[in-house]
Design a protein around this ligand. Structure first.
Ligand code: NAP
Length: 427
């Protein structure tokens, strides 16, 4: 039998497992996951009010229930089991650990009161690593740095009312904390102009449909038409974004309880603190030689992309923040897939395409050089695992059922935000 280990149970790991389990003859695919729960970014990164996207877990769940796929949760490769041991006992190892480390703003005094989007989104999504973040919202204004979809997600979640989030799976504790902040101004700040923003039209338009928030921008910062040299592949998206931003420029400030302001071509240059808390953010205007703008904000969230966490024993590309690889091959019989390979770009279907391509590579390599020695795979770790509270697929199913049943209608689930509570449940 061929034994394949996948590290990481996000969409990339699951898609990889799906193809390998179906296409490789006589194979066992074991997915190792650091948390007791599967699905990575779908569970802890996709916005809690985007349940249509989160529904993809139904498909990923089917993969985990294949008879030749095994979910091994709450096992940290690098701590509980060494990567070298995994390599020794499996024919193939594939790394799909995503990109979970917030890129830093590179401002000397960015400290308390500045939160990276991985931590902030993880917090309101109930990720156990971030469940105790309890961000300090020093006043009723907040700045979000970055012009990608993550910045939009955060702005929208902060601006939505309790009723608008009723059908989401936002952590109840985080929701309460956000509501107590009574935010009045949410600034979404891009260092370049609207034509360089990477948000997509549907997500941008969602900010125009909020019950208690009005979205605003300065019409002078929004071009009327696209430049002649616009890449035709981008033109449709950019036209829709411009149209939407022009509508926002016509809105009236304070016409609703919360103002969401888009500020373009502005770079953070200084953060001011009072009694250790953020009280203001200074922005340099990147277009004109005008005086700097200072916003009185009580918290700052950076949504400026992610790096992969360096993985014990694997070469790491410091510049790109990804695992070093050549077309997905890291070293003999070791592959990587998803954001730890390509960087943090693209929606979930892009990870499916990428994982499928890596799976094909693995299949080709196995066909060219079928393994000549037997390896035990999972059986090699029975003693180590017996000493751990590892979580099987049925353990995850119990967590899943409990989360669904403890949610207050119409919430789809109320997540456990601490690992100890999940382990107590299934013990
Ligand atoms: P992103 O799209 O790459 O956006 C990152 C933003 O951060 C860019 O505007 C970038 O500006 C800015 N930035 C980077 N370094 C900066 C710095 N030092 N100072 C100021 N600004 C800086 O990344 P993301 O928003 O994290 O999203 C990651 C991926 O997930 C994207 O592909 C996104 O579409 C996807 N996603 C999709 C959805 C959805 O479909 N609903 C939701 C969330 C995420 P520059 O362009 O100038 O570098």
């Amino acid at each position: 039998m061929i034994h394949i280990a996948i590290v990481g149970s996000g969409p990339s790991g699951c898609y990889l497992a799906d193809v390998l389990a179906k296409k490789v003859k006589d194979v066992q695919v074991d997915i190792y996951e650091r948390l007791p729960t599967p699905f990575g970014l779908v569970r802890a990164g996709v916005a809690p009010d985007h349940q249509h996207t989160k529904n993809i877990t139904k498909q990923l769940e089917r993969t985990l229930s294949h008879e030749n796929v095994r979910f091994i949760g709450n096992v940290h490769i690098g701590q509980d089991i060494q990567y070298s041991e995994l390599k020794q006992h499996y024919h193939i190892v594939a790394i799909a650990i995503g990109a979970s480390v917030d890129r830093s703003l590179n401002l000397d005094n960015a400290g308390q009161g500045v939160y990276g989007s991985a931590a902030f989104v993880g917090w309101y999504n109930g990720h156990p690593d971030h469940s105790d973040l309890n961000p300090s919202f020093g006043n009723d204004s907040i700045a979000i740095i970055g012009n990608g979809n993550v910045a939009l997600d955060i702005g929208r979640v902060l601006a939505k009312t309790r009723e608008e989030l009723a059908q989401s799976d936002i952590s109840s504790a985080a929701q309460k904390h956000i509501q107590q902040a009574s935010l009045r101004n949410i600034y979404i700040i891009g260092r370049r102009g609207p034509l360089d923003a990477s948000f997509t039209p549907m997500e941008l338009a969602e900010l125009g449909q909020l019950e208690h928030a009005v979205t605003l921008t300065d019409s002078n910062s929004i071009p009327e038409i696209l430049p002649e040299n616009t890449d035709p592949k981008l033109a449709r998206t950019l036209e829709k974004n411009l149209k939407c931003l022009h509508q926002y420029a016509n809105n009236n400030a304070n016409s609703k309880a919360v103002n969401i302001h888009f500020l373009f071509s502005a770079s953070p240059t200084d953060i001011q603190y009072q009694h250790g808390n953020v009280c203001a953010l200074t922005l340099h205007n990147n277009l004109a030689d005008t005086p700097a703008t200072t916003l009185d904000v009580g918290a700052i969230i950076t949504a400026i992309g992610y790096n992969t966490a360096p993985f014990q024993g694997l070469p790491f590309d410091e510049t790109q923040g990804v695992i070093k690889h050549k077309d997905g091959l890291v070293e003999n019989d070791v592959y990587c897939a998803g954001w730890c390979k390509r960087g943090p770009q693209g929606v979930i279907p892009a990870n499916r395409a990428d994982a499928t391509a890596v799976a094909k590579q693995i299949i080709q390599a196995l066909e060219l050089q079928p393994p000549t020695i037997d390896k035990p795979g999972f059986a090699a770790f029975s003693e180590q695992l017996a000493a751990l509270p590892w979580v099987s697929f049925s353990g995850w199913q119990r967590i899943n059922e409990a989360e669904i049943s403890q949610a207050q209608t119409p919430k789809p689930r109320e997540k456990f935000t601490h690992i100890s509570d999940m382990l107590t449940l299934i013990r």
